[in-house]
Design a protein around this ligand. Structure first.
Ligand code: SAH
Length: 406
């Protein structure tokens, strides 16, 4: 039972493996553990000590994962109870006060897991609903307390109607948890919920959309694309529900073309175009595989002034790096061949395993093979409501390059 302190479990770290925790990295791998006293149930709080037995952290126990424990707190006097979660949730909201208070924007990430001191918990606000993911045993164990605290704390910022769970993700299996989805509190969200994103009207499906419903992490980059689009023809690859195309037209793009392999995503994109009253004549869509459609577009002699490449995660793990690198390179190469001289390429990778330096190299190789010279105008990254806690570089997953291609 959460809050039951009749038992204190202790996890002692191995002397040679404790340095990352001492630098406040929140993950404890199975190989770093010297011994565990007692038999904690999944999600229970364990007292973490260094090899000398000195307190270092309170953490959530996760017996089936390689990441055997995740830190809640490095403060010995801080009890891990309902109040702890309320404080962390309040703090996460206060950190985003500037975003939550904006009249022209009613969707953003509220809680970004480790970066907000709540490993395994993702909470996104979409207008008057919250959509969340409970990814680890620790947050699963405290779910009731977390949901109650969320429902209360969010009232300071909006009239929350409901909290929906989208824990239908495969990573839960690593924690020994089943996939789950449904209403956790309040009302069921409408099938399509409309959000306002810097004046763009966007319909989001909390029940069926990707992640918690939508790609909030690209907000800052959509704003950049909006600023760059005036008078340009824009090719939006891996368009999903068309958010970059909407930003481009808001910024007075001449023409946009969306490519995605998902027919429902393209249907929703079309719906979003209508919501924003953008002219059908400025909006084209192609349903298909980007790798093939880019080649077809070359054959038909099409050219674009601005191309966006925002593919799904090509590498889940380091073992998939080579294959992922080839895929990132191929689309950048094909895109470069479609760019007008002086055109812009915004290319992204949301694979955490692909580091910034490698992504830059892949893009450089692609332009070299395309026989084009390029310059990086901006290094792009995930939006500021997806911050990276300094001791936890793993939180930096979305990276991109804005290049001018001569
Ligand atoms: N840019 C979008 C998010 C893209 S998510 C946004 O800002 O909202 C990745 C999208 O790529 C998904 O919609 C998925 O349907 C699509 N996709 C995945 N593989 C594809 C492929 N080979 N060809 C075309 N689309 C693909």
């Amino acid at each position: 039972m959460p809050g039951d302190y009749s038992k204190v479990y202790t996890l002692q770290l191995d002397r040679g493996r404790q340095s990352s925790l001492l630098r406040h990295h929140p993950w404890i791998f199975s190989g770093a553990i010297k011994r565990v006293q007692g038999l904690p149930e999944p999600g229970a709080t364990v007292r973490v000590t260094d090899s000398g037995g000195n307190f270092q952290a309170w953490a959530a126990w996760s017996p089936s994962s390689q990441i055997r424990a995740r830190v809640w707190s490095f403060t010995e006097s801080e009890a891990i109870d309902a109040d702890f979660f309320r404080r962390r949730i309040r703090q996460a909201c206060q950190r985003r006060a500037g975003l939550l208070g904006q009249a022209e924007r009613n969707a953003c990430r509220l809680i970004f897991a480790e970066s907000d001191g709540l490993p395994g918990l993702i909470v996104d606000r979409y207008a008057d609903y919250l959509s969340c993911q409970f990814l680890t045993t620790g947050v699963e164990y405290w779910k009731q307390e977390i949901v109650a605290a969320l429902a209360e704390e969010i009232q300071a910022w909006c009239e929350c109607q409901g909290i929906y769970e989208r824990s239908d993700v495969s990573v839960r299996a690593r924690e020994g948890l089943p996939q789950q989805k449904g209403v956790l509190w309040g009302k069921e969200p409408p099938a399509l919920l409309e959000i306002n994103e810097a004046g763009r009207r966007i319909a989001v499906s909390l029940c069926h959309g990707h992640k918690t419903g939508f790609y909030l992490d690209q907000y800052d980059n959509r704003e950049i694309i909006r600023q760059l689009s005036s008078g340009r023809s824009v090719l939006n690859c891996f368009s999903y529900t068309g958010s970059f195309a909407l930003a481009a037209l808001q910024g007075n793009a001449r023409q946009v073309l969306n490519i995605d392999s998902s027919a429902p995503a393209l249907d929703l994109a079309e719906h979003n175009r209508e919501l924003n009253q953008f002219a059908a004549s400025q909006w084209e869509q192609i349903g298909g595989n980007v790798f093939e459609v880019l080649r077809d577009l070359q054959e038909s002699g099409r050219q674009f002034d601005l191309i966006i490449l925002d593919p799904p995660k090509f590498a889940d793990t380091r073992s998939q790096l080579n294959k992922a690198a080839r895929a990132y390179k191929d689309i950048a190469l094909q895109a470069a061949a479609l760019l007008t001289p002086g055109g812009l390429l915004a290319t992204f990778s949301c694979s955490g395993a692909v580091e910034q330096g490698l992504f830059q190299k892949i893009t450089a190789d692609a332009l070299l093979d395309a026989g084009r010279e390029g310059q990086i105008l901006r290094f792009l990254q995930q939006a500021e409501d997806h911050p990276v806690a300094l001791p936890f570089p793993e939180a930096f997953y979305l990276k991109g390059l804005l290049c001018r291609v001569d």
